[in-house]
Write a protein that binds this ligand. Structure first.
Ligand code: UDP
Length: 415
């Protein structure tokens, strides 16, 4: 897919062709939407209103954008296609400032896109909860991409709006399926992990996803561990769907794989060391080597594979290493229960349960292509790579989880 997009990106350079394409697409869309436009016009006239009004938006370069909007009827924002036809705005371009989409640092910088757009990659990232530390790099890529890639971006945003559309309510802390969680941006989550907790016991943090919810429903010990943790982060598109049905909106998707690079940078800045515990023999070691190469200055105090019996010896090994942050990759529910059982003996400041993280960073398992992650479909990739190991979790687990979401929704409605 990415090579296909790249091969098409050469078209991106010809503004004449792009403008003609945009004009034709807008015209075709207007023809297709004529019944809707007619309906909205009649509805407005019946209310003694002018059919169209202008609404002022601001794009992230702080430029005002005046967009048309129907005064009555349905899909009132659809009138903006007329603006695309006239060239005021493009289908894909400079992001408009939207409620709930705040990308730190972007507004202060000059966007590389020349024209505002109805759709943009930052909006897609915000809908799926993908955090980006380099929003301008993303926008540069968007500016260089082909018309075909623009179309795919619009389709992905439309799909994500259908699946995960944000509610206005974004509580900083909340509960889903009885499990409390923090609804944070990635940098706040990492700040919490690296912050100095001198004189405090080792803090525990877990990532809650559809699998954790399914497992905790039949494992009372895991359920209690998740309920009593110091912090839970929300991970995955399943939880995003559940949150939507519970009437709330989620900030970033704080999964371990996206968090680790941010955590490594913060660990270097705050002089924190890591201990990698878990995975098959040799995997954590390889992940440590790769991380040290990728993040010069990162201090990895020790590693230990995850197939051990003697907890006491491993706790001593971690304590002797002097590590500040312990990443525990023993698979669920073992990793959460291991942390809960041993955290009072650990001298580290924080322990995180990270699942298959080392398999990714050692290069043993490839991460899903970006377009799959942008749709929240990374689980399909993992199922393709490990069909046997992940069959129960995804093929059986996902429908069960969606049923739980349905029950949750009915319960919240009081039915
Ligand atoms: N694992 C381990 N000890 C065990 C069981 C599992 O170290 O007793 C490791 C396993 O090798 C893998 C990780 O735990 O690296 C679990 O990965 P999984 O794919 O289940 O995690 P996910 O990211 O999907 O939660």
């Amino acid at each position: 897919m990415s090579s296909y997009l790249n091969s098409h990106s050469s078209q991106a350079g010809n503004p004449g062709v792009r403008n003609a394409l945009r004009f034709c697409a807008a015209l075709l869309l207007i023809i297709a939407l004529l019944p809707l436009f007619l309906f909205n016009t009649v509805a407005a006239l019946l209310c003694f209103k002018a059919p169209l009004t202008r609404q002022t938006w601001i794009d992230i370069s702080a430029q005002p954008v005046r967009l048309l909007r129907w005064q009555a009827g349905i899909f009132k924002g659809s009138a903006a296609v007329l603006n695309v036809l006239s060239g005021t705005i493009h289908f894909v371009g400079n992001p408009l400032v939207r409620a709930g989409v705040s990308i730190p640092g972007t507004a202060r910088l000059c966007s590389p896109c020349h024209r505002p757009g109805l759709f943009d990659s930052l909006w897609l990232y915000s809908l799926i909860g993908l955090s980006t530390e380099k929003p301008l790099v993303l926008l540069h890529q968007q500016c260089r991409q082909s018309a075909f890639a623009d179309t795919l971006l619009i389709v992905r945003i439309a799909l994500c709006l259908g699946l995960y559309h944000k509610s206005a309510v974004m509580p900083p802390h909340s509960t889903l399926f009885g499990i409390p969680f923090s609804n944070t941006r990635m940098h706040s989550a990492v700040d919490w992990v690296v912050h100095d907790s001198a004189h405090q016991a080792c803090r525990s943090a877990y990532y809650i996803n559809a699998n954790s919810v399914n497992l905790s429903a039949r494992n009372a010990q895991l359920y209690q561990v998740l309920r009593s943790s110091d912090r839970n982060f929300i991970d995955g598109s399943g939880m995003r769907i559940a949150a939507r049905q519970a009437g709330m909106s989620l900030a970033d998707n704080n999964n371990g794989t996206d968090m680790l690079p941010v955590l490594c940078r913060a660990a270097i800045t705050h002089k924190r060391s890591l201990f990698l515990l878990g995975a098959q023999p040799g995997v954590a070691q390889q992940a440590a080597t790769n991380l040290r190469q990728q993040f010069p200055g990162l201090h990895i105090a020790g590693v230990q594979h995850g197939y051990f019996d003697d907890d006491e010896a491993v706790v001593n090994q971690i304590n002797q290493s002097g590590a500040d942050i312990v990443l525990v990759a023993l698979g669920s529910p073992r990793q959460e229960i291991w942390i809960d059982t041993n955290k009072h003996k650990l001298q580290a400041q924080c322990a995180l349960a990270v699942g298959g993280l080392f398999d990714f960073f050692s290069g043993n398992i490839a991460r899903a292509p970006m377009w799959m992650r942008e749709l929240g479909l990374e689980w399909i990739w993992r199922l393709i790579l490990e069909p046997k190991a992940k069959f129960n979790r995804y093929v059986l687990g996902n429908p069960i989880f969606l049923f739980r979401v349905y029950v949750l929704q009915q319960a919240l409605r009081g039915l």
